[in-house]
Write a protein that binds this ligand. Structure first.
Ligand code: FES
Length: 73
Protein backbone atom coordinates (compact mmCIF):
# COMPACT_ATOMS: atom_id res chain seq x y z
CA UNK A 1 0.00 0.00 0.00
CA UNK A 2 1.36 3.37 -1.04
CA UNK A 3 1.41 6.00 1.70
CA UNK A 4 1.44 9.67 0.83
CA UNK A 5 1.89 12.56 3.21
CA UNK A 6 -0.33 15.36 2.01
CA UNK A 7 -0.01 19.00 2.93
CA UNK A 8 -3.06 20.59 1.40
CA UNK A 9 -2.34 23.54 -0.84
CA UNK A 10 1.34 23.80 0.04
CA UNK A 11 3.05 21.76 -2.64
CA UNK A 12 4.65 23.56 -5.58
CA UNK A 13 5.23 20.22 -7.30
CA UNK A 14 4.04 19.65 -10.81
CA UNK A 15 1.93 16.56 -11.42
CA UNK A 16 1.61 17.21 -15.14
CA UNK A 17 4.69 18.68 -16.74
CA UNK A 18 3.16 18.83 -20.22
CA UNK A 19 0.34 21.13 -19.10
CA UNK A 20 2.01 22.72 -16.08
CA UNK A 21 -0.60 21.40 -13.64
CA UNK A 22 0.53 21.57 -10.03
CA UNK A 23 -0.46 19.20 -7.25
CA UNK A 24 -2.63 21.83 -5.57
CA UNK A 25 -4.46 22.41 -8.87
CA UNK A 26 -5.20 18.70 -9.18
CA UNK A 27 -6.53 18.77 -5.61
CA UNK A 28 -8.69 21.78 -6.43
CA UNK A 29 -10.12 19.92 -9.43
CA UNK A 30 -10.83 16.88 -7.23
CA UNK A 31 -12.47 19.12 -4.62
CA UNK A 32 -14.59 20.59 -7.43
CA UNK A 33 -15.81 17.08 -8.31
CA UNK A 34 -13.29 15.57 -10.73
CA UNK A 35 -13.42 11.78 -10.43
CA UNK A 36 -11.18 10.92 -13.39
CA UNK A 37 -7.96 12.38 -14.81
CA UNK A 38 -9.87 13.49 -17.92
CA UNK A 39 -12.02 15.66 -15.68
CA UNK A 40 -8.91 17.17 -14.09
CA UNK A 41 -7.65 18.12 -17.56
CA UNK A 42 -11.09 19.52 -18.45
CA UNK A 43 -11.11 21.53 -15.22
CA UNK A 44 -7.79 23.09 -16.30
CA UNK A 45 -8.94 23.59 -19.91
CA UNK A 46 -6.36 21.26 -21.43
CA UNK A 47 -5.90 17.68 -22.59
CA UNK A 48 -3.52 14.83 -21.83
CA UNK A 49 -0.40 14.95 -23.96
CA UNK A 50 1.99 12.14 -22.96
CA UNK A 51 -0.34 10.83 -20.18
CA UNK A 52 2.58 10.06 -17.83
CA UNK A 53 0.74 11.94 -15.09
CA UNK A 54 -2.49 9.95 -15.31
CA UNK A 55 -1.42 7.27 -12.80
CA UNK A 56 -0.49 9.91 -10.22
CA UNK A 57 -3.78 11.73 -10.78
CA UNK A 58 -5.68 8.46 -10.33
CA UNK A 59 -3.78 7.83 -7.10
CA UNK A 60 -4.61 11.33 -5.84
CA UNK A 61 -8.30 10.78 -6.66
CA UNK A 62 -8.23 7.42 -4.85
CA UNK A 63 -6.44 8.94 -1.84
CA UNK A 64 -9.08 11.66 -1.69
CA UNK A 65 -11.89 9.08 -1.78
CA UNK A 66 -10.24 7.07 0.99
CA UNK A 67 -9.75 10.18 3.12
CA UNK A 68 -13.41 11.11 2.70
CA UNK A 69 -14.54 7.57 3.53
CA UNK A 70 -12.32 7.53 6.61
CA UNK A 71 -13.64 10.92 7.72
CA UNK A 72 -17.22 9.69 7.31
CA UNK A 73 -16.64 6.71 9.63
S1 FES B 1 2.78 14.88 -17.93
FE1 FES B 1 0.63 15.16 -18.03
S2 FES B 1 0.17 14.88 -20.11
FE2 FES B 1 2.34 14.67 -20.03
Amino acid sequence: MRMTIIRWGQSPLYVCNCNGIREREVRAAIDAGATRPAEVFRHKGCQAQCAKCVCEMRQMIQDSREALAFAAE
